[in-house]
Design a protein around this ligand. Structure first.
Ligand code: PLP
Length: 461
């Protein structure tokens, strides 16, 4: 654990600033009402500190912006592609690269090429777009993460680990020939950014080899994972992030990537593999959906920024500040007695709305109300991850009542300073002190699909 008494500062200085609009409580109350108490429906200009997501919200460096001017916008064979290919090889270790416009496009191509109707795809917890593409390709997703991942009070250091017995059980049940690959993510987004240990990945590789199975990594947050391995796993303290990342990826056969997370860009992604035949198929399909295999839906300048982002994100000071910023914020809340999901993950802190707003029953949408109240009090934007996000049961039409009723505060990379975090934490604490006054919400508009994005609500009296 770092020593929090020794002063610490962000490992960058500010060259370009984007002014923040400071608003009054009355103004925000009005805007929240107009947005139907749904933080997704606010305009970002009305937000003071935006902790909605860390996807594509990164501040690029001067080195990346300089690279944007070197964009080679040739239709075929752009020099930026070759530079990106070199860096994927050097830092991730995969032989063949197909760029895509973002992560879900990489998942789309990989799923289409590898999954057949009736297949099963085991994974350490689902991610929304990953699972959807696996299912659209005819597969069935099977969750094989350890049980601790589903328990918000478990302090397991590697809650992203795969339960090998669950994988073995699936192989016994359906046969290895029905499993196109094992899908592994580190860190696990939906588990709150929880890491997978190297030991667990090594054991999974052994098991996969025994049955002739491939492992495909969702490497979107693998650098954050490498930081946790260095910090927590025996034998890794003296290894560099680069070494850990290469070792981790070497245990897989390929990866999909959303560059909008670890790689410090606002748009971009790729799929990378070691098998030449698989590469041929991916390279063939990318032309149909994304663009030629040397740009995959990206401008040359975007590939340049991503290639440079790879070099920057493995820097120890950078990744340490990124993950520790999240932990710092979580620790502040814990010190004030605010209920959060522990341990802090790589990219977000989750408020436990069931305990925060104890007096509001789950069918009065406590997490939705908490996210709305936080915006009104402070201008800080977060998102609901509870009963609203969980939707309705397909058969009965009743609300699903998820075990977890959470509000997610997600931290963009290199965007906010520790002072911003102090302000945001202060407001959460202040709201916690005033929690008894809070009231629940009810739906006044409910869309059929992914209702949390566009639903509208009204205050209950
Ligand atoms: C964001 C994300 C994706 C999807 O990537 P997009 O770029 O948003 O399409 C896939 N996996 C993980 C772990 C992610 O965090």
């Amino acid at each position: 654990m770092p020593n929090y008494r020794k002063p610490w500062a962000e490992p960058y200085k500010i060259k370009v600033v984007e002014p923040l609009k400071v608003t009054t409580r009355e103004y925000r109350e009005e805007k929240m009402k107009e947005a139907g108490y749904n933080t997704f429906l606010l305009r970002s200009v009305d937000v003071y500190i935006d902790l909605l997501t860390d996807s594509g919200t990164t501040a690029m460096s001067d080195y990346q912006w300089a690279g944007m001017m070197l964009g080679d916008e040739a239709y075929a064979g752009s020099k930026n592609f070759y530079y990106l290919e070199d860096n994927v090889k050097k830092y991730y270790g995969y032989k063949y690269l197909v760029p895509t416009h973002q992560g879900r496009a990489a998942e789309h191509l990989l799923s289409k090429v590898m999954i057949k109707q009736g297949d099963y795809v085991p994974g350490n917890m689902y991610f929304t777009t990953t699972r959807l593409h696996q299912e659209l390709a005819g597969g069935t997703f099977v969750d094989v993460i350890i049980d601790e991942a589903h328990d918000p009070s478990s302090h397991h250091p590697f809650k992203g680990n795969v339960d090998l017995q669950k994988v073995e059980g699936l192989i016994k049940k359906v046969g290895a020939n029905k499993i196109p690959y094992i899908c592994v993510a580190g860190t696990v987004n939906m588990a709150g950014g929880q890491p997978q240990s190297m030991e667990n990945m090594k054991a999974l590789r052994k098991l996969a080899d025994k049955h002739g199975l491939k492992i495909m990594l969702d490497a979107t947050r693998a650098v954050e994972n490498a930081y946790f391995v260095k910090d927590r796993e025996a034998g890794y303290a003296n290894k560099t992030i680069e070494e850990i990342l290469l070792e981790y990826c070497s245990l897989s056969d390929g990866c999909t990537m959303s560059g909008k997370k670890d790689l410090l860009v606002n748009i971009g992604g790729f799929v990378a593999v070691n098998d030449e035949h698989l590469f041929d198929e991916l390279r063939n399909l990318v032309v149909v959906y994304e663009g030629l295999h040397t740009y995959g839906g990206l401008a040359g300048r975007d590939m340049e920024a991503m290639a440079r982002g790879i070099e920057e994100c493995v820097n120890y000071d950078h990744i340490r500040s990124r993950v520790e910023q999240v932990r710092y914020f979580g620790q502040k809340l814990l010190d004030a007695g605010v209920p959060i999901v522990e341990p802090a993950g790589g990219h977000a802190i989750f408020l436990d709305a069931k305990r925060f707003y104890e007096h509001i029953p789950q069918d009065q949408l406590p997490a939705q109300a908490l996210a709305a109240d936080l915006y009104i009090e402070s201008g800080v934007r977060a998102m609901e991850r509870g009963i609203v996000s969980a939707g309705r049961n397909k058969e009965t039409g009743e609300n699903n009542f998820p075990k977890l009723e959470l509000v997610r505060l997600t931290f963009p990379r290199r965007v906010y300073t520790q002072a911003h975090l102090d302000v945001a934490a202060w407001h959460v604490e202040d709201l916690f002190e005033k929690r008894h006054k809070a009231k629940g919400l009810k739906f006044i508009y409910e869309p059929q699909y992914l209702r949390f994005f566009q639903a509208k609500f009204e205050r209950l009296d």
